[in-house]
Design a protein around this ligand. Structure first.
Ligand SMILES: NC(=O)c1ccc[n+]([C@@H]2O[C@H](COP(=O)([O-])OP(=O)(O)OC[C@H]3O[C@@H](n4cnc5c(N)ncnc54)[C@H](O)[C@@H]3O)[C@@H](O)[C@H]2O)c1
Length: 310
């Protein structure tokens, strides 16, 4: 199969591209190599790593905020659309950038698709569409509390709108706080590990009780890829881990793995932060056979090993 992965230079997109290629697929890797949110050199390193894979990966540096040439993507069987501006804090300051990269860019990509030949458009949304608390499956109430969450929900609606008027086949995935090697520098686990490795104080936004069902990146990628054969048209799939931990427990686990005593300062919560995510991947289990394998302790150890090489 020929598969377009947008956002291929990013944290999740680079892992997805690698696994698709090792499974024998051809991939068109698209990215604008955006300089925002975290150092561009990380995305360039991911992009360069993909270039070492094999002749089954082709590359397209392209900004989806501009119209997409349908000829560039006409022979793709599937699209995994991950290109976006993630991270909720920056979305309050750079709201226009989030609207453009997450909503307008999605519309531009949809316009370039041929609904007759494309087998499925997979939109990678986010658990942030649920809002301050989510404890449940895909039927849980939707109420985003940050501009980032609003743009991800708007993009979901954009995909559904195109589908209803053109017959485009699609599925939506909602990952929950993803971690592992290559995690973005702005994300909590990356920051905690960096601080611990440098013997610095860790600043926590809030009292440490915010909890997550974090998803290890390899589990997420396996869930996404099983969508190729198993995802149903118009369905939504939560992709999260099986275990729920709060921030204080994560820091304690990191301290144990690194054999260090973390110094933690607690501050005020960030605007738009989710307090609790306790996802249930009910649909993904049933349709995709989704079953996360990596425990927090093992996943954090792999992320630490990677960060020690950076
Ligand atoms: N990391 C998480 O925990 C998480 C959780 C839920 C959902 N997601 C979603 O998964 C996707 C990937 O997230 P990530 O953590 O890998 O982020 P990332 O920032 O590492 O990757 C996103 C990539 O998209 C590219 N991009 C941004 N705007 C673009 C544009 N206009 N045109 C072309 N490329 C553009 C960036 O250059 C970047 O390489 C995003 O859609 C995000 O909303 C991530």
């Amino acid at each position: 199969m020929k598969i377009l992965v947008t956002g291929a230079a990013g944290f999740i997109g680079s892992h997805l591209t690698e696994t698709l290629v090792s499974n024998g697929h051809e991939v068109l890797a698209l990215d604008a190599l955006m300089p925002d949110l975290y150092p561009l050199e990380r995305k360039v390193a991911n992009w360069n790593r993909l270039q070492q894979l094999n002749e089954n990966v082709k590359f397209l540096v392209s900004d989806l905020r501009l119209p997409v040439n349908p000829l560039d993507i006409e022979d793709c069987d599937y699209i995994f659309h991950l290109a976006a501006m993630p991270g909720l804090s920056l979305s309050w300051e750079e709201t226009r950038l989030y609207i453009d990269c997450n909503v307008l860019a999605t519309a531009n990509l949809l316009k370039a698709c041929d609904p007759k030949s494309l087998k499925k458009f997979f939109y990678i949304s986010s658990s942030s569409v649920y809002g301050r608390r989510i404890a449940g499956d895909e039927s849980s109430p939707i109420s985003p509390i940050s501009p980032y969450g609003v743009t991800k929900l708007a993009a979901e609606s954009m995909v559904a709108a195109y589908s209803s008027s053109t017959g485009l086949k699609y599925s939506i995935f909602r990952p929950f706080s993803v971690y592992g090697p290559r995690q973005r520098d702005d994300m909590a686990f990356n920051i905690f590990i960096r601080k611990l490795l440098n013997n610095q104080e860790i600043q926590v936004f809030g009292d440490g009780s915010q909890s997550r069902t974090n998803t290890y990146v390899e589990d997420l990628v396996n869930g996404l890829i099983s969508g190729i054969n198993n995802a149903k048209n118009g369905e939504i799939y939560n992709l999260c881990g099986n275990e729920q931990f709060n921030v204080s427990q994560v820091i304690e686990t990191l301290g144990r793995i690194l054999n260090k005593t973390p110094k933690v300062i607690f501050g005020t919560e960030r605007l738009g932060d989710q307090h609790e995510t306790k996802g249930d991947s009910q649909n993904a289990r049933t349709h995709l056979g989704y079953s996360p394998q990596i425990s927090l302790e093992v996943g954090l150890t792999k992320q630490i090993e990677w960060q020690m090489t950076q």
